[in-house]
Structures are given as structure tokens and as C-alpha cells.
Design a protein around this ligand. Structure first.
Ligand SMILES: [Zn+2]
Length: 619
């Protein structure tokens, strides 16, 4: 389906006798993809600008206020917004009260909010408040923060959670600009995916502007005792006081990353690139909210070893935020492109071998994901069909790592120069718009393959399960060294102390731990732990993969279970948490997992809770 179809005539013109012939000929109309995860009917009536006026109440743990929308009516007699678990107090159209209606509640989608409008309606105003069932908002008590003095609020909008804190047309293809007035307790600073304050003010009232049209899932808010430190005039970090210096050190290469990204695919479109490091319950590694990436503190390793996360979120400033998947079935267009771009930024900064190590880890993840999905092969296609499902189901290694592998294979087929000019033009041509898989394929055929007379099995990659035979081979020389060492260790040719003294980087250590042979003896496993101290590792990634192996190997020494428990109580990053619970379940420790989960669950964001609830069969 095409997003822009110039041959169509405005629906409004068809039903409105007053519409002139000139209008019919000159109006470019937008047609929309069918998004099964939104009730909105954008071809009838669409919101173009949101003006939000809200108060954050930490005592009641709610957000309340007014969402004003400037709308464009293309002939509808109602405008439909998505809502989920919101209380709607009142709706007005151009200042006059109207009777709105809320439709049937769907457990995934929530309820449609219909507001009657007429042909010349301009401004729709909705007074509302959130409830304790909100899935986007997470209110944290001081104990859950780094400084333990003040409460904290964070939001997570992707995929369809923005509707749980703002009534909105919550489809990625409905881009809008926004401004916001946000009132918070005066000890706290509010920041959004918009132009941001650099310091607190005295009255706790903050104003925000996002002048570029973005998808609703990218509207984000964080409130806490945050401070800012600049890295370069256009990059910087927000964090709690006790974290700010560490964060500033960790992400010192941010400006270099932006320059490298611009050199590849064109100018950074969002002026400012800041990162806020959140408390550990944040459910993702990072979230690419425009101008202000949200990040987990688990990447603050002290040695800048996990900063590919920042390259990833930065890459989303092009793939995702500038050119956006039209629906969640096209999610691979956001993530596959972003992983490809991330690897190119990492290569530009730290060399090809480093990028290949990262890509190899992703390749291994992909193999594991395909194995996990072996009874649902349709879920391993790039283009998904998530109708009736939670779009979160599509957020796995297929979109990311199979998407990457597709682009890497394409690059190897067409050559890097052609690939880069194609991608640069793709971002440029489609900037600030949304794209379906079908539109991308047609663009790829026309602009790259036919022009250069190149055959490529696109349909195989996009619409078929698994990994096609022509997939690029990813090889890392540094990982080959690790694999040799594993064999030598297994055969008794080198001992654990020697292994731990090697000058491997973090990725090599990760590769080593993830590939410890399953049949290694418990004695050797323990000797390795004693020599390397993995059970008490400070690096969260090392700790997580080691705990996974400890569970798989039924290793219970060195109080590793206590460490796992404390890790799961502290960290809410879904990837980490789900990896460990999955390992416990697979190794017949589900009862133990349930007891532990009951304790940890209140610390997790709803995104993580939903995943683990389902895994452990808890409703
Ligand atoms: Zn991403």
C-alpha cells in the first residue's frame, strides 16, 4: 500500500458539493495503511498538533489535564482517538461542550473515543486523567532511584502505550507536532522528547515544544531530580546527581557518533541529541525519543564498553524517527535499518573488527530466536501480521537481527558505495514520513536494483520464514580466538587462570561465556568462576550472561542464586529479566522463579511485567 497517492481525490471533495474542480486537481491526498492497532480513521479526521497541559501528581500517581488538538477534517462527522484506562471528564469542540462516546474495551487496544465534529471544526479539547492501570507511566519511589531522595516518573510509549497517558490517535503513521505545559513538584525537573530545560526552575512549571512532526509513540516525559552536563554544544546527558559524572564519562563519544552518522547518511535533523539515564527499572536498553534518548543505567559500565546502545538510539534519529514504520507489522523497517546503521557508526568509530563482533553476537541471537520460534515459523518473517496480537510480540531478534542481516547481505551484493548512496537518498526522500514494507520494496527495486541491474531475493527475505541461503557470513577474528580458547580449555590444554588473564574485551568475554559448552563439568565451571569472578561481575551484561549460564549448568556455588535474586530485584530491563526467568523455567525452576518474581514484580515497568506474567502463566 502506498502512503501517498496523488491520483486519489479527497474524500471530502467527493461528498462535499462546494468542493471546486480546482481543489480536486490540486490537492495531494494522503492515504493511510490499515493499522490494526489503532481505532483512528485518519483519512476522515486527523490531529495535526497536540497542545498538552498537564499536572504530574506523585501522591496520587496520576497525570491529569487537557489535551488540545488542532485537527483537519477531511469529511468525517467524528474524530476518533485511542484511549486505554483513561478517565475522560469532558470534551469540547471549538470551545463548545460535546457529548463524546467511549467504545467497547479491548484488552490490547483499549477504547475508541469518538468526538462529534463538523466540516469546519478546528480545535478539539479533551479533559482527562490517568488511572492506576496506566501502562506507559511508571512512578518510582525514592528507594528505586540512584540518589534515593526523590521520586521519579518515566514514560514508555512504544508500541501502543501513549494512549494510556494521553488520549491520542496512536498510530505511527499519524505524525503530529506538540507543545506541552507540565507542572511537577518544585524539587523536580521535567524533560520531554522536545526542546528541553537544562536546569530546574523555582515553580516546577515547564514548557516544551516539538516543532517537527513525530509519531505518537515518541512522545515521552521523565521527571526527577535530574541534572544536565554538556558533551558538545548539541549533545549532553541528564542523570541523577550521583550518576552524572559517570554518565558523562561513559558517553563522551556522543558528538563523534553524531558526526560519523551524519557523514554516512546526511544531516542530523533534530538539532539536539541528549540522553537521559533513568533508574534501573526502565524496561528497555534505550528508547529513541527524539532529541532525548531514554537509557538504562545498566550500560554505565565504567569503561565505555556498552556504548553501542547510544549508536543504536542515535541511528533511530534517521531510521525510525525520520522515516517511520507505518504500522507495527513493518517494525523491521525501524529496527533492522537501525541495527545496520548502528554497526556502521561503530565501525566508523572503532573499526570493522569491532562492528563484526557486535554483529556476530546479533547473528547468534538470531539463530536462538529462530529456534525458539520453530513452531511459529510465520513469526520469523520480516513483514509481520500482528492483527489481534500485542505489537510487543514483534519486538524480538527477527526485526533487529534478521533485518540487519538482510541489509548486510544486500550491501555485499550491491557494494558499499551504491548501498550508501541508496540509503542516504532513502532517508532524504522519505524524511518525516512513514513507510510500509511494500512501499520500501518498491523503492528499493526502483532506486537500487533495477538501476544497477541487480537480482536480489527480496521476497524470500521479507515474506518467508527463517534465513535465506544467500545470507552474508559474519565473521569476527577476535571471536575465533575466543572459540579456540574454549576448545583448549575444554580439552584441558589451558587452565582457568590463564583464560581470565587474557586481554579480551567485553564482547569477547560475552562470547566466551555464552559459548561455554553445556557438557563442561561443574568443577571446571566453578574453577572458572573462582578465577574470573563472574558471579560478582560489575558489568551488567557480563553478569546477566553468566547468570544465564549458571542456571543452564545448574551451578549453585559462590552464592550465585543470591546474586541472581539481587540482580532481578534491581534491574527491570526486559531483555535481562526475561533471559534469566526464561532460563529458570527451562531448567525446571519455575516454582522458584514465581516466588522470586512476586518479590521483584512491583519494581518492574508494565512492559516487563506483561512479558514475565505471560512467561510464568500469571494473570
Ligand atoms: Zn531500536
Amino acid at each position: 500500500m502506498k502512503l501517498f497517492n496523488k491520483s486519489l481525490i479527497l474524500l471530502a471533495c467527493l461528498i462535499n458539493a462546494a468542493c471546486s474542480n480546482a481543489d480536486k486537481e490540486n490537492t495531494e491526498i494522503v492515504s493511510y495503511a490499515n493499522d490494526s492497532h489503532s481505532y483512528a480513521k485518519p483519512s476522515e479526521a486527523i490531529a495535526k498538533h497536540l497542545s498538552l497541559d498537564i499536572v504530574v501528581d506523585f501522591d496520587k500517581k496520576i497525570v491529569s489535564g487537557i489535551a488540545d488538538y488542532t485537527i483537519e477534517n477531511n469529511g468525517g462527522n467524528e474524530i476518533i482517538f485511542d484511549t486505554k484506562n483513561l478517565i475522560i471528564h469532558k470534551a469540547t469542540v471549538d470551545g463548545k461542550d460535546v457529548s463524546f462516546s467511549l467504545g467497547a474495551d479491548n484488552p490490547i487496544l483499549g477504547q475508541p473515543l469518538s468526538i462529534p465534529i463538523n466540516n469546519d471544526s478546528k480545535l478539539v479539547s479533551i479533559k482527562y486523567e490517568t488511572t492506576d492501570k496506566t501502562e506507559a507511566l511508571q512512578f518510582l519511589n525514592p528507594q528505586q532511584t540512584a540518589d534515593k531522595k526523590f521520586p521519579f516518573l518515566l514514560t514508555q510509549g512504544q508500541a501502543i502505550l501513549t494512549r494510556t497517558w494521553i488520549p491520542i490517535q496512536d498510530s505511527p503513521q499519524i505524525r503530529l507536532t506538540y507543545s506541552a505545559n507540565v507542572k511537577v513538584p518544585k524539587d523536580l525537573l521535567a524533560i520531554m522528547s522536545a526542546e528541553n530545560p537544562k536546569a530546574k526552575n523555582e515553580n516546577g512549571k515547564y514548557h516544551f515544544e516539538m516543532r517537527q512532526a513525530i509519531s505518537p509513540y515518541l512522545i515521552a516525559l521523565a521527571v526527577g531530580d535530574l541534572v544536565y552536563k554538556e558533551i558538545s554544544p548539541r549533545t549532553g546527558v541528564y542523570a541523577e546527581r550521583s550518576m552524572i559524572e559517570k554518565v558523562h564519562y561513559e558517553f563522551a563519544d556522543m558528538e563523534k557518533m553524531v558526526k560519523a552518522a551524519e557523514a554516512l547518511y546526511g544531516k542530523y535533523a533534530w538539532d539536539q541529541f541528549d540522553v537521559v539515564v533513568l533508574p534501573p527499572s526502565f524496561p528497555f536498553g534505550g528508547m529513541e525519543n527524539p532529541r532525548l534518548t531514554f537509557a538504562t543505567p545498566t550500560v554505565i559500565a565504567g569503561d565505555r564498553s556498552l556504548t553501542s546502545l547510544i549508536a543504536h538510539e542515535l541511528a533511530h534519529s534517521w531510521s525510525g524517527n525520520l522515516v517511520t514504520n507505518a504500522t507495527w507489522d513493518d517494525f523491521w523497517l525501524n529496527e533492522g535499518f537501525t541495527v545496520y546503521f548502528e554497526m556502521r557508526i561503530m565501525e566508523a568509530l572503532y573499526g570493522k573488527e569491532h562492528a563484526n563482533m557486535l554483529a556476530s553476537i546479533g547473528r547468534q541471537d538470531l539463530t536462538e530466536e529462530i529456534e525458539i520460534l520453530k513452531d511459529k515459523p510465520e513469526a520469523t518473517r520480516l513483514k509481520l501480521n500482528l492483527k489481534g496480537k500485542n505489537p510487543d510480540d514483534g519486538m524480538n531478534s527477527i526485526a533487529y537481527d534478521k533485518g540487519y542481516l538482510f541489509l548486510r547481505t544486500l550491501e555485499e551484493s550491491v557494494g558499499r558505495d551504491k548501498m550508501d548512496s541508496f540509503l542516504k537518498e532513502y532517508f532524504n526522500t522519505n524524511a518525516f514520513s512513514t513507510i510500509t514494507t511494500e512501499k520500501f520494496i518498491s523503492y528499493l527495486k526502483n532506486e537500487l536494483l533495477i538501476k544497477n541491474n541487480i537480482e536480489f531475493n527480496i521476497d524470500n527475505w521479507v515474506y518467508k520464514a527463517g534465513v535465506p541461503n544467500n545470507a552474508a557470513q559474519i565473521q569476527s577474528d577476535k571471536f575465533l580466538i575466543v572459540e579456540d580458547a574454549i576448545n583448549d580449555w575444554k580439552n584441558g590444554n589451558i587452565d582457568e587462570n590463564l583464560l581470565c588473564e587474557s586481554d579480551w574485551n567485553i564482547q569477547q568475554k560475552i562470547h566466551f561465556i555464552r559459548n561455554i559448552p553445556i557438557d563442561i563439568s561443574l568443577e571446571k565451571f566453578e574453577a572458572l568462576d573462582n578465577a574470573c569472578g563472574f558471579t560478582t561481575a560489575k558489568n551488567s551484561y557480563i553478569a546477566m550472561v553468566w547468570y544465564e549460564q549458571a542456571i543452564k549448568h545448574n551451578y549453585r556455588k559462590n552464592a550465585v542464586d543470591t546474586q541472581i535474586e539481587s540482580f532481578l530485584m534491581n534491574v527491570g530491563r526486559r531483555w535481562y529479566v526475561s533471559t534469566l526467568f526464561k532460563a529458570l523455567v527451562a531448567n525446571n525452576r519455575i516454582d522458584e522463579a514465581k516466588v522470586l518474581y512476586q518479590k521483584a514484580r512491583p519494581n518492574y515497568h508494565s512492559v516487563t511485567v506483561n512479558t514475565i506474567d505471560e512467561m510464568l502463566g500469571i494473570n
